[in-house]
Ligand binder design. Structure first.
Ligand code: AMP
Ligand code: GLY
Length: 451
């Protein structure tokens, strides 16, 4: 029997933990720090370790693994990957799934990613990097709008401004370079050509050599319906994404994913873990990389893992052993997840609002609608022991909001439309002060199906 440790606290980690717990060979899944949803999941237990992504956290993870017979660590978010948690675990002899700090630069530094793509002929938008506002603005004036301004470092999906006008572009440059709105992440900006087309998320597991593509998916980055409003970490996602035809799939594998695997291997840093290519697919079906992430997507994980019929633990174990298969088993049906966000998201987020209308946890774990938690916690206590006790005796299960993206209501059905409708019914029954969500998740796929 195996014990698994999942690092992270979002909807992605709830879905990963839930998938791992389904495996009969798994005894316990620990989640550090997890959320109210992971605390309630069978075989799962939240734990609190040092929570900042630094060396103390790495040491705390290693000590926990050694003291609790952890067989596999799965790292959800980018921050600990970028600071080298995989390198630290490997050094300590712990099986940890993810890329090394070197490989995680593909997400951690837009400049690294852009230079890497240029060097290895991976299709992407033309760009230039700047540290001073005057030359950045002069470049924008020369290029014209629309144009895209990006903070160089990690900014939780929010450090990107698609400027429709020169003035908006100048303001974004001032926010990042002059006013330091994104802190260190924005002390350098990348200015990019605006790409046209339809976006898709292409996520793979890689063991240094072999590539296992996950089912295709599409995210919805904008906060409001009809893809308006500011960029967010993602307001909903579905799988499969019809924009990724077999032809597009083949092109992504040969023009994007395989070159990353080959280049990292040649550099002496084989890529291991999840790799996420955020793509723009143009009218001719040519993929361009908008960004790389060194992890699974959130919320893409939730619908993708609803469809996964192979064991996630088994796939990760094979990945760690260097013998990933090139295919996994997927439910033929479609899955679609709708994120319910808290008041003010993405600019701010509200905490501590009571969530009403959550469905009872299903005993069999195979219901067609699953509510994955993200920013949730229990009332009046951050204390894990108390949460466990409360859950165990069934009392006081009041769940509170605890962040920007609160829940992801994910449904499995015969079509994207049916999955959207099923998720909307469950989302409509859930309420908390300031809750907002998009009712049009899946609109690209639904329009394709109708035309
Ligand atoms: P990123 O954080 O780089 O994924 O960017 C967030 C979102 O901004 C993307 O999902 C796109 O919707 C949009 N975006 C980023 N770069 C570009 C680009 N070069 N052209 C058009 N849209 C972009
Ligand atoms: N959903 C976008 C991301 O995970 O970065």
């Amino acid at each position: 029997m195996m014990n698994i440790l999942v690092i992270g606290s979002g909807g992605r980690e709830h879905a990963l933990a839930w998938q791992c717990a389904k495996d009969d060979n798994v005894q316990r899944v620990y989640i550090a720090p997890g959320n109210a949803g992971t605390a309630l999941e069978s075989k799962c237990q939240n734990i609190i370790l040092e929570n900042s992504p630094n060396e103390d956290e790495h040491q705390a993870v290693i000590a926990f693994c050694q003291n609790n017979a952890i067989d596999i660590v799965i790292v959800g978010p980018e921050a600990p990957l970028v600071t080298g948690i995989i390198d630290a675990c490997r050094k300590a002899g712990i099986n940890a799934w993810g890329p090394t700090a070197y490989c995680a630069q593909l997400e951690g530094s837009k400049t690294f990613a852009k230079e890497f793509m240029a060097k290895h002929n991976i299709p992407t938008a033309a760009y230039q990097g700047f540290t001073d506002a005057v030359s950045a603005k002069a470049y924008v004036d020369g290029q014209g709008a629309p144009i895209v301004i990006k903070a160089d470092g990690l900014a939780a999906g929010k450090g990107v401004i698609v400027a429709e006008t020169i003035e908006q572009a100048h303001n974004a440059i001032d926010d990042m370079l002059a006013d330091n709105k994104f802190g260190d992440a924005g002390s350098r900006v990348v200015i990019e050509q605006f790409l046209q087309g339809e976006e898709a998320s292409f996520i793979c597991m890689i063991d240094g050599e072999n590539i296992l593509p996950m089912a295709t998916s599409q995210d919805h980055k904008r906060a409001f319906e009809s893809d308006t409003g500011p960029n967010t970490g993602g307001m909903g996602a579905y799988s499969p994404a019809p924009v990724v035809t077999q032809d597009v799939h083949d092109k992504v594998m040969t023009k994007v994913i395989q070159p990353v695997v080959d280049a990292m291997k040649a550099a002496g840093h084989p890529y291991t873990g999840f790799l996420y290519a955020g793509l723009m697919i143009d009218e001719a079906g040519e993929p361009f990389v908008i960004e790389f992430n060194c992890r699974f997507g959130d919320p893409e994980t939730q619908p993708i893992l609803m469809r996964l019929q192979s064991s996630m633990v088994d796939l990760v174990a094979k990945g760690l052993a260097g013998n990933l298969p090139d295919e996994a088993n997927w439910d033929e049906r479609s899955a679609l997840g709708i994120v319910i966000a808290s008041k003010g998201y993405p600019e701010t987020s509200s905490k501590g609002d009571v969530i009403a209308g959550l469905p009872e946890l299903d005993a069999h774990n195979d219901q067609p609608v699953k509510v994955f938690h993200a920013g949730t916690t229990f009332s009046h206590s951050d204390d894990v022991d108390k949460i466990e006790a409360k859950v165990a005796n069934g009392s006081d299960k009041e769940v509170l909001t605890n962040g920007g993206r609160v829940l992801c209501v994910t449904a499995l059905a015969d079509s994207i439309f049916d999955a959207q409708q099923a998720a909307l019914v469950v989302a409509g029954a859930i309420s908390f002060d300031g809750a907002h969500y998009r009712r049009d998740i899946g609109h690209h796929a639904i329009a394709r199906g109708q035309s």
